[in-house]
Design a protein around this ligand. Sequence first.
Ligand code: S3P
Length: 441
Amino acid sequence: MIAVTQQQQLQIKTLSGGYSLSGRVKVPGDKSISHRALMLGAIASGETTIEGLLLGEDPRSTANCFRALGAEISELNTELVRVRGIGVNQLQEPADVLNAGNSGTTIRLMLGLLAGQSGRFFSVTGDNSLRSRPMSRVVQPLRQMGAQIWGRQDGALAPLAIRGQKLQPIRYNSPIASAQVKSCILLAGLTAEGKTTVTEPALSRDHSERMLKAFGAEVSTDLENKSVTITGPAQLHAQKVIVPGDISSAAFWLVAAISVPDSELVIENVGVNPTRTGILDALAMMGADIQLQNERVVAGEPVADLRARSSQLVGCTISGDIIPRLIDEIPILAVAALFAKGTTVIRDAQELRVKESDRLAVMASQLQRLGARITELPDGLEIVGGAPIVGTDVDSHDDHRVAMSLAIAALNAKGITTIHRAQCAAISYPDFIATLQQVCT
Ligand code: S3P
């Protein structure tokens, strides 16, 4: 038997085992695509419509920032959001500081757009977590394009102030595989005259490239050299965007189904863009029984239903080019490794230290509290599967993916697990707890 309750904290009570998970789950819209649809809609000419938008806190931050910059964005809902755009270089000077909340994608992509708004002044900030995350990774290349940006530690940390300038195109060799860095520079390249190219050490998610092309920009990808080029100046034209379900949210149910005995879950309408499916490849390496059904392409993005069943998992090593393809799924992958036979090693994942929390440190400390044999490495985690997991008090450190990963770990814990600060799940998955209650009954 299992009981999921939420008052101040999320409490998961497992009694005597013998329960299983079953049913069909609809995950919310993809977070990365939701941000981009709002932003490109805001700078396109005409009315963009968005179906399936994620109603999480992060896209709300994007919508509020772009409203303050002059775009008309209707009330957010999952059915149909209307965005009346104002043009690529027509963003208005807002009357107040733009607040990106907890969202790295909002602040970094928006900086790329603000930098080229000649003659206008902007200031941007975020919550405690975002104000401690590195901004030099975008500020540096933007300055190479001629951007004027000021901030704490020479622009390394928000709050930041931007005076819009006419930008020059660049060829930028990014030291990190980051879609936020790549997208920021491509968006800045929209107003620069000529070709702006970004090369990355491994391919990161390509939603910006796909959507910029759909909105009419000239974008070319050189897969062999891992580079993308945009030609500016560009005008964008409103589109109809249909947002698929978020594979990063689906990952929690995949791991729930494969780790709880006698379970089967079907997760419907999940985006399976190859730059995002590293989690499917990693779980397949671990022996997970996950099948893709109904594969189709919706509005330029591949989509499928995923059927996951209880599996005997084995440990494996996950490192190298797959890491950017599953960067947000590493916390839940660490949970899957708890229930695998043998050792799982995750390396080359030092980027996790600068996410919403230091996810390597936080996942290691919180899973240890539950009894896991997990060691923090400088750039990853080592997990010896099979240690008995026992419920206790754990803390999300206000990181949405940590909160949800701990909840899935708790499904296989003996006794009561109390997850403190679990309400942050609403950053990317407002219905997570309701869905957890649904699949557990
Ligand atoms: C995102 C890119 C990734 C990811 C984040 C969303 C995006 O960040 O972790 O959740 O929408 O571009 P990095 O680009 O910093 O790796």
